[in-house]
Design a protein around this ligand. Structure first.
Ligand SMILES: O=C(O)c1ccccc1NCC(=O)[C@H](O)[C@H](O)COP(=O)(O)O
Length: 204
């Protein structure tokens, strides 16, 4: 399965995550987050197609521009629900793939994506994205997804295997941020390696 390590802030951590086998590496652009990457160009230098720009905002075009400027392959946009419907069209037109955040919350209109991140809802955590909190897996995305929310190398397999069978069939991997940290914004090499190895060992 795919292992995405999210919330990388430095080139050292990016290289370490790649060496640990991370398939996708997320760079968060959101000043309110402890994982906000202040120097995206420096942190993501040489990462290329495996790099994901994770951004919170109103409008996907600036996010696409920033991902392209830095040579990243994916965009993970936190947009108002009303703007999610056309996000895939815009990303694909720019040659990017779309990893669409899908909070575990009811009544979301469908929105196309290459892959979804099924994560804990801001209504539960009070923040966008990384919180270290799991969710109840009640409101799955409408397509293949990475499971997220409080995951690490010690619980990813168990959480994925606890999904309903039809959800399990759509699960392509896992995404983790806060529980892989040594300190806010910096990753622990051991925790990253344990996570990537555990996720890669889960059969599709
Ligand atoms: O990680 C953040 O602080 C963050 C801030 C704003 C938007 C997105 C963010 N993270 C996105 C992710 O993909 C996280 O890895 C995912 O939600 C899981 O987080 P965690 O529960 O901390 O493992």
């Amino acid at each position: 399965m795919i292992a995405k390590v999210c919330g990388i802030t430095t080139s050292e951590d990016a290289r370490m995550a790649l060496d640990a086998g991370a398939d996708l590496i997320g760079f968060v652009r959101h000043p309110a987050s402890p994982r906000h990457c202040t120097d995206l160009a420096g942190a993501s230098a040489g990462i290329g197609a495996r790099g994901v720009l994770v951004a919170v905002g109103d409008g996907i075009r600036p996010m696409i521009d920033e991902a392209k400027r830095n040579g990243l392959g994916w965009v993970q946009p936190y947009l108002p629900t009303s703007q999610r419907a056309n996000a895939a069209t815009h990303a694909h037109a720019a040659g990017l793939k779309l990893l669409l955040p899908w909070p575990d919350a009811p009544d979301q209109p469908p929105a196309e994506a290459d892959l979804y991140v099924w994560e804990t809802a801001p209504a539960q955590t009070g923040v966008h994205g990384g919180s270290g909190q799991s969710h109840a897996a009640l409101h799955p995305p409408p397509g293949p997804f990475l499971l997220a929310g409080g995951l690490d190398g010690g619980n990813a397999r168990e959480r994925i295997n606890a999904l309903m069978q039809d959800q399990r069939n759509q699960c392509r991997g896992a995404d983790a941020a806060s529980r892989l940290e040594a300190s806010p914004g910096r990753k622990s090499p051991l925790k990253v390696q344990t996570f990537t190895s555990a996720v890669h060992a889960i059969p599709l």
